[in-house]
Design a protein around this ligand. Structure first.
Ligand code: CP
Ligand code: NVA
Length: 301
């Protein structure tokens, strides 16, 4: 069975570090692997995307492959035929499948039945490529440290869950500032708490979450597929807006992160997003580099 990335916990801690090392060497152009030479890779999207679509298509081309963009209009995953049948058919044509969709179980089923690697480009549950790219960005800006303190403010969503998954593998002091009614996934919380080298805090006090943090992170209050809940979530999460006053509670050297797209003026102010501590566009760039490393790793294992 090929290796796939459905969520970060599909890797061991050692493999995560191998991917960061591969990413660094590929970004520096020390090595230029072409494991997709002569092959095609599918990029399946049943949700919108700017970064994931473009960075995967560019990354697949840079690894020597040809990217095929597929939307749900064509394949109607799970409707025209089962996910398992689609996985087996796609595997006859392709070297790799990247998918962004709603149900995490669809990605797991695709990975279970495909005979080529499957990479999760975001589900309702997790967004593993984003958080691996973000941790790599923190390494670049802050240098290695035994344990970063990372404050996440806002909705307990796929981004929060992916940070928790990473904290279950490598030491992170992860603080989540969110409303009592918008917590992250319980299983991801438990998994992270199971790592004795990580510290996990869930609080409804934004200042407690941010105090002396190395990284302050936020994301939209209503994710794709939940935009009808935007008003309700907005009223619950307004207190967690990442603004200059809140950022002052963090370490003076803290970096500001957002996976993007941002809803400026809601979860983050212009002043913070465009300010000197913001590394949001480095994060976007590193999606390309880390995803290339993930694809090389999966194709070689
Ligand atoms: N951060 C991210 O995944 O962006 P897109 O939704 O534009 O792909
Ligand atoms: N939580 C957001 C992330 C977008 C990259 C969403 O799922 O819409």
């Amino acid at each position: 069975m090929p290796r796939s990335l459905c969520q970060i916990t599909d890797f061991s801690a050692d493999e995560v570090h191998q991917i960061f090392d591969l990413c660094r060497r590929m970004k520096n152009k020390e090595i230029v692997p072409k494991p997709l030479a002569g092959m095609s890779a599918a990029c399946i999207f049943t949700k919108s995307s700017l970064r994931t679509r473009v960075s995967f298509e560019v990354g697949i081309n840079e690894l020597g492959g040809h990217a095929i963009y597929i939307t749900d209009n064509e394949i109607k995953l799970g409707q025209r035929e089962t996910v398992a049948d689609a996985a087996q058919v796609l595997s006859r044509y392709l070297g790799l499948i990247m998918i962004r969709t709603f149900a995490h179980s669809d990605v797991e089923e695709l990975a279970q039945y495909a005979s080529v690697p499957v990479v999760n480009g975001l589900t309702d549950l997790v967004h593993p490529c984003q958080i691996l790219g973000d941790y790599f960005t923190a390494l670049e800006h802050l240098g290695p440290k035994d344990r970063y303190s990372i404050a996440y403010l806002g909705d307990g969503n796929n981004i929060t869950n992916s940070w928790l998954n990473l904290a279950s593998l490598i030491p992170i002091d992860f603080r989540i500032g969110t409303d009592r009614e918008t917590p992250p996934d319980e299983a991801c919380m438990e998994r992270a708490k199971g790592n004795p080298d990580s510290k996990i805090l869930l609080t409804d006090d934004p200042k407690e979450a941010v105090r002396d943090a190395d990284v302050v992170y936020t994301d939209v209050w209503a994710s794709m597929g939940q935009k009808h809940l935007a008003d309700d979530k907005g009223s619950k999460l307004r207190r967690f807006q990442l603004n200059s006053a809140l950022l002052e509670e963090a370490s003076s050297k803290a970096i500001v992160m957002h996976c993007l797209p941002a809803e400026r003026g809601k979860e983050i102010t212009d002043e913070v997003m465009d300010g000197p501590q913001s590394v949001v566009f480095d994060e976007a760039e590193n999606r390309l580099h880390v995803q290339k490393a993930i694809m090389v790793f999966l194709l070689e294992h």
